[in-house]
Write a protein that binds this ligand. Structure first.
Ligand code: AMP
Ligand code: DBH
Length: 530
């Protein structure tokens, strides 16, 4: 099983020669930021205010603390951290040691965490204590049972540091961390990223978004999400010498006072949150005048929502269409309103290769709609330890099949028109249909299940599970099936919004149709009813 599928030598050579891949590790990057911006304010978290120098010194201490607990270079460590300053101590401590963080989200529960620890053969897990009313330590027994490799469970926020020790600088072209994909088959896929490829995307993103030492970024979405981490996100801000302000909750009652107090200049939201912020800003009691740019991405932003942002929030809007696998597209600052409102932007790099193809991988006519395939200097060539899946998720010549349906405008901007992958995008939170179907199938009363997206005015999409039952006494109700899925210990956003018990599924003359066709038939049925 392959951990990191390398770029072919000719591509790697080209990306180095072009100056994209610079041979800098994340540890060295933090050292460099500290040298350049030492006394500037790097991170704010409530009453905690840390300079770049302090971040760098704390990374030394946390690296030593992990080493003292037996964590070694190359070891995988699953980290589940809310939006607090601890994130930087722990993640840069691990980077400095050459250990490999695996970025879980705060919403994940024993089902996902157990799988990440097992699949990555993690030696350690770092959890928050009580976060958002949930005690994460209650997950430990189930995660330990799922992952025999796990030797160490640590609580974030406790003092994990130790006196600094000398450590060699980690390589920049090996596995640096594992990011998550929403995926479309089974459990989420792990995405292997290197410092070389990721820092390239971060530096370019910082430039595209106009970041400088004057930038103050509000980290609203989960910090470990690829958007918040790198587009340009918290890493882009640190690269530029600006300040990151951690926002513990994304709601206007928490975020707006922080914008006013810290004079926030830029932040990033998913579309449903942008709607909530717009509604709240219309009755604003807080001074939001420092805000210069609102980025929106993760799911399609309706054009009329984009149009309302500048007048209501008093800032520019930018659409961001990205993926943890790599490719990120931005509308550019100063682009005409027409492009900013109606497109999902254009790629970061002149070396991002995009193909728009039909079902047989044949390029469609210019401007036509098709499947988006991509490869480039910061797009992976394979998922982590997923050889079988990689054979279908990538073309033989290394293009990633995004699963998105797009068309290209004459200006070279992308318009996302739909999706071919069996995934539900619930307001930016991605749900693989198959993962939820597998949970439903674990119920003894369930014969078969198919999970599909239903359009929703607020979230963009919600989930609907169609279920057929086995004959017998134990015929669960829809409510019982939702409760059953919830009891399986998975992120709450994955519990089907609606469960519909039906007598049977559409079949063809030959018998059962494919899962993908079945889901398409059920979506069509829903559309007809609506
Ligand atoms: P993931 O691969 O889990 O990181 O999720 C990335 C996917 O999110 C993309 O392939 C798209 O399907 C979706 N996505 C992200 N940003 C946008 C956007 N601005 N508009 C439409 N879809 C988006
Ligand atoms: O949805 C995403 O995964 C996403 C959206 C915007 C992303 O990974 C990114 C920007 O980098």
């Amino acid at each position: 099983m392959t951990d990191l599928t390398p770029w072919p030598a000719a591509f790697a050579e080209r990306y180095r020669t072009a100056g994209y891949w610079r041979g800098q590790s994340f540890s060295a990057a933090l050292r460099d930021w500290s040298m350049r911006h030492g006394h500037r304010l790097a991170v704010v978290d409530g009453g905690i205010r840390r300079t770049y120098r302090e971040l760098d010194e704390r990374a030394d201490r946390f690296a030593a603390g992990f080493a003292a607990r037996g964590v070694r270079a190359g070891d995988r460590v699953v980290v589940q951290l809310p939006n607090t300053a601890d994130f930087f101590d722990i993640v840069f401590g691990l980077f400095r040691l050459g250990a490999v963080p695996v970025f879980a989200l705060p919403a994940h529960r024993e089902s996902e965490l157990g799988y990440f620890c097992l699949h990555a053969e993690a030696v350690a897990l770092v959890l928050p204590g009580v976060h958002d009313g949930f005690d994460h330590s209650t997950l430990i027994p189930a995660v330990r049972a799922a992952a025999p490799s796990l030797r160490l469970v640590l609580e974030a926020g406790s003092d994990l540091g130790a006196d600094p020790v000398d450590l060699p600088d980690p390589a920049s072209d090996t596995l640096a961390f594992l990011q998550l994909s929403g995926g479309s088959t089974g459990l989420p896929k792990l995405i292997p990223r290197t410092a070389d490829d990721y820092l390239y995307s971060v530096r370019e993103s910082a430039g595209i978004c106009g970041l400088s030492t004057a930038s103050v970024y509000l980290c609203v979405l989960p910090v470990a999400h690829n958007f918040t981490l790198s587009s340009p996100g918290v890493l882009g801000v640190l690269h530029a010498g600006g300040t990151v302000v951690m926002c513990p909750r994304p709601t206007p009652d928490v975020a707006f006072p922080l914008i006013a107090r810290e004079r926030i200049t830029i932040t990033a939201l998913v579309p449903p949150l942008a709607l909530v912020w717009l509604a709240a800003a219309e009755r604003a009691e807080h001074d939001l005048s420092s805000l210069e740019l609102l980025q929106v991405g993760g799911a399609k932003l309706p054009a009329d929502t984009a149009r309302r942002i500048p007048p209501v929030l008093g800032c520019a809007v930018q659409q961001v269409f990205g993926m943890a696998e790599g490719l990120v597209n931005y509308t550019r600052l100063g682009d005409p309103a027409e492009l900013v409102e109606n497109t999902q932007g254009r790629p970061i790099s002149p070396d991002d290769e995009l193909l728009v193809v039909d079902d047989h991988d044949v390029p469609v006519a210019t401007g036509g709609t098709g499947h988006l395939l991509t490869r480039g200097p910061y797009t992976i060539r394979g998922y982590y330890r997923a050889d079988e899946h990689n054979a279908v998720a990538f073309t033989p010549d290394g293009f990633y099949r995004t699963g998105d349906l797009v068309r290209l405008t004459p200006e070279g901007y992308l318009v996302v028109t739909g999706r071919a992958k069996d995934q539900i995008n619930r307001g930016g939170e991605k749900i693989a249909a198959e993962e939820i179907e597998n949970h439903l199938l674990a119920h003894p009363g369930v014969h078969d299940a198919a999970v599909v997206a239903v359009p929703d005015a607020y979230l963009g999409e919600r989930t609907c599970a169609f279920v057929t039952l086995r004959d017998g006494d134990a015929r669960p109700t829809a409510a019982q099936l939702r409760a059953f899925v919830r009891s399986r210990g998975l992120a709450a956003y994955k519990v089907p919004d609606k469960v519909r018990i039906v007598d049977g599924f559409p079949v063809t003359g030959v018998g059962k149709i494919s899962r993908t066709d079945l889901r398409a038939a059920l979506r069509a049925q829903l559309a007809q009813e609506a």
